[in-house]
Design a protein around this ligand. Structure first.
Ligand SMILES: Nc1ncnc2c1ncn2[C@@H]1O[C@H](COP(=O)(O)OP(=O)(O)OP(=O)(O)O)[C@@H](O)[C@H]1O
Ligand SMILES: [Mg+2]
Length: 414
């Protein structure tokens, strides 16, 4: 942004030779106060139309002028459109256009970048009086350029029908407005570009999750087909387990894609969602419902508090819950000892600095040789051990009266 207070274009009339009127200190101090008031508004970042309108109002007020307008340069048509203003009728604002050529005062300011004062438009040899101004009986005008790093935005112009003199100090006052406007417009443009880029990134992330989910669903159904074709029940079981693990990952991607919408985020009570994050509660509920649908008659109860979590964490947590619940479904209530089945409880709650996930049942309890981690003879508990390490968490088996209980604690930042 550049301020143009030097090299002002002033008409070469005999009036210019007159000694300047003694500066009215109160008047200039009032202008400064008005300008700084606008500075605060420009920083607040209201929309461009509102800012242009406020600038026109305050500028006219500060200069005791009848008319002020903010003109936007329309490059294609090489004209200046009146976007905001005071003193002008509603048929002018947003509609009237002024030539942006060097022969109009505003066009001159735009094309040369120099402020223009014309205190006697009727006697001007430098410019013609634009029709709009002639129609309103404008006698004098003062124009400054509104620009920023993107180039010239337009012109701020103060006009009056009464005799009088615009002065160099008025240029400084108006250029202050124009500079603030230029900066605010540039910032808003940058912000809206950033917002659009973020929305696009969010859309791409969701689209990716949707596709990954579809691909994983294909893998899961292939495993189901293979399981059906296998004759050995052990192979069938292994393929069914593999399928359920793939489905747990697919479910995370499904939620990532679905929870992108605002309602999902509001339901989580966490305001706007961050791309790549999801709410753990519906994710766990859906995962548990999927597992329950495979074993009718079993009672699965899931209570989870809303908690936004990254997909990187949701996937291992989901897989871990999948392993523990699958185990409980398989082993906790053997039909010979528990013909009526029993309850399996899944609970996720936020604690200071951590997330606690528990899977518990009231069944036969864990065998004596049971071990989690690398030393476990079966794959399930080795997977559980490695997922716990991946999460940087800890998995404990709290002593309980009956059944099995697993408690996963995952540290959370913030
Ligand atoms: N909730 C439970 N109640 C009773 N026994 C359990 C429970 N969970 C696990 N077990 C016992 O612990 C053993 C080890 O579990 P693990 O998940 O490692 O292996 P698995 O389920 O037999 O095989 P996979 O590798 O397919 O998971 C099981 O075979 C079972 O005997
Ligand atoms: Mg298992």
């Amino acid at each position: 942004m550049t301020a143009h207070t030097d090299q002002t274009e002033v008409e070469p009339s005999p009036e210019a030779a007159r000694p300047p009127a003694p500066p009215d200190l109160d008047y200039r101090l009032r202008q400064q106060a008005i300008l700084s008031e606008f500075g605060v508004e420009a920083l607040r970042g209201t929309d461009v139309d509102h800012l242009l309108q406020r600038a026109a109002e305050l500028c006219a007020q500060g200069m005791g002028a009848e008319f002020c307008k903010a003109l936007e340069y329309q490059r294609g048509a090489d004209t200046l459109l009146v976007r905001a203003g005071v003193g002008w009728g509603p048929d002018v604002i947003g509609q009237a256009r002024i030539g942006a050529d060097l022969a109009s005062p505003a066009g001159f300011a735009l094309k040369t970048g120099r402020p223009v004062i014309s205190n006697h438009l009727a006697d001007e040899t430098r410019f013609r009086t634009p029709q709009l101004m002639a129609d309103h009986g404008i006698r004098r005008a003062i124009n400054v350029l509104i620009e920023n790093r993107d180039g010239a935005f337009g012109v701020l112009e103060v006009d009056d029908t009464r005799e009088g003199m615009f002065e160099e100090a008025d240029i400084a006052f108006m250029q202050g407005f124009a500079n603030l406007l230029g900066g605010a417009i540039e910032r808003q443009r940058t912000e809206s570009l950033l917002r659009a880029a973020l929305a696009r990134q969010d859309l791409l992330a969701r689209e990716m999750s949707h596709r990954v989910k579809n691909s994983l669903a294909i893998v899961a159904s292939l495993l189901a087909l293979q399981a059906r074709a296998a004759e050995d029940p052990a192979v069938q079981m292994a393929l069914a387990d593999a399928r359920s693990r793939v489905e747990a990952i697919a479910s995370v991607h499904d939620q990532l894609w679905r929870q992108g919408d605002k309602d999902g985020d509001k339901a989580a009570g966490e305001g706007e969602g961050v791309p790549g994050e999801l709410d753990l509660a519906p994710f766990l509920e859906k995962l548990v419902a999927n597992l329950a649908s495979g074993v009718p008659g079993q009672r699965l109860a899931c209570t989870a508090c809303p908690q936004r979590i990254s997909a990187d964490r949701a996937i291992p947590i989901g897989l871990l819950v999948n392993e523990l619940v699958t185990n409980a479904l398989k082993y906790a209530y053997p039909p010979e000892t528990h013909p009526g089945g029993g309850e399996i409880r899944i609970r996720a709650e936020r604690q200071p600095g951590s997330l606690v996930v528990e899977v518990a049942d009231d069944g036969i309890g864990l065998p004596a040789e049971f071990e989690i981690g690398r030393n476990s003879k079966s794959l399930g508990m080795r997977v559980v051990g490695s997922l716990t390490r991946q999460l940087g968490g800890s998995l404990t088996i709290p002593a309980r009266g009956k059944g099995a209980c697993f408690r996963l604690e995952v540290p959370l930042d913030g």
